[in-house]
Write a protein that binds this ligand. Structure first.
Ligand code: ZN
Length: 318
């Protein structure tokens, strides 16, 4: 089979599982901590190394994530497991320090309106407050990751400005962030603006380790992954079963789906270290927990070479 890769090329791609944070946070049905823990432990068994487990938001704001400490304490970490959580403020950082979380994710929107709606403050105020949060995390031996929400468009403002994306990225670099995540919060990215925005960041911050957080809201999530891979991105957030949604597009699908992403990477010769069978099992387990079908596709169809007994299938023409 012809290979996409020259000899010796590094084929590793990291998948960051965000289902229990980004996926569950908009689910009304509260999943008990013990079930979240079982699910995350099975993800780790399936080969997932990076997990954005939860968010240290106020339990009043997001009751689904009120069990952040309990869930983190219950996870069976392996030596290469890296647990992350959103850390929106100083209070959250203080909570994070008392848990086994390895890194805190800081978040700011490239759209001022979205940032005010999501975090109740301006971009400038968000960036100003981050120094204390980062100092606390780093002082406690935790990594700092920076995420830019609505990096590819905002449902209130439309196109976001390159200036805003760059000024937030610069703030994260100054804070010593290990990774920079570009978030397509409401599924507005296309391969074209993935290429443009990644190129812009590479030009301004040549050494930056980029991650793409993509939603499949308009059906081009995996096409955006291919555009990212082509641009040298090797880290992607994904959610088991494609769990999640978009608060500004009723009925829209959620994050790109972990096992669909594993399937794509496997078939193209990339190495994620994640077992497709294992990821599909976790997706089915998540469906059972929520009592509703999830949008993942490979979990229904199975592997490409999953064969069916010809006698069992009624064929139709057309
Ligand atoms: Zn998201």
């Amino acid at each position: 089979m012809p290979s996409f890769f020259p000899d010796g090329a590094d084929r590793r791609v990291e998948i960051i599982e965000v289902g229990t944070r980004d996926g569950l946070q908009i689910e009304h049905h509260i999943v008990p901590a013990v079930d979240k823990i079982a699910l995350i432990n099975r993800m780790i068994d399936a080969g997932i190394r990076h997990i954005e487990v939860t968010s240290f938001v106020s339990p009043k704001a997001v009751p689904q994530l009120a069990d952040a400490e309990e869930v983190l304490a219950g996870i069976r970490k392996r030596p290469d497991t890296n647990l992350m959580a959103l850390v929106p403020n100083v209070r959250a950082a203080e909570r994070a320090l008392k848990t086994p979380v390895d890194g805190g994710v800081l978040l700011c929107s490239a759209s001022d309106t979205h940032n005010r709606k999501n975090l109740n403050r301006s971009i400038a105020a968000s960036l100003e407050g981050m120094r204390d949060v980062a100092d606390l995390l780093q002082g406690g031996g935790k990594e700092v990751h920076g995420a830019i929400a609505t990096a590819f468009g905002c449902p209130f403002e439309g196109e976001v400005t390159a200036d805003n994306v760059l000024r937030i990225a610069e703030a994260y670099m100054t804070l010593g962030a290990q990774h920079l995540t570009l978030g397509d919060t409401t599924g507005m990215a296309t391969p074209r603006n993935i290429r443009d925005t990644v190129a812009l960041l590479r030009r301004e911050f040549p050494g930056v380790d980029l991650c793409l957080h993509l939603h499949n809201t308009r059906g081009v999530g995996l096409a955006n992954v291919l555009a990212g891979l082509e641009m040298g991105v090797r880290r992607f957030d994904a959610s088991v079963g494609g769990l999640g949604g978009c608060p500004f597009a009723a009925g829209a699908t959620g994050n790109i789906c972990t096992e669909d992403l594993v399937y794509l990477l496997d078939e193209c010769g990339w190495e994620s270290g994640v077992s497709l069978e294992g990821a599909m099992e976790v997706a089915h387990q998540m469906e059972a927990l929520l009592g509703k079908p999830l949008p993942g596709q490979v979990m229904r169809a199975g592997r490409r070479l999953r064969l069916h007994a010809a006698d069992d299938v009624v064929t139709a023409s057309g």
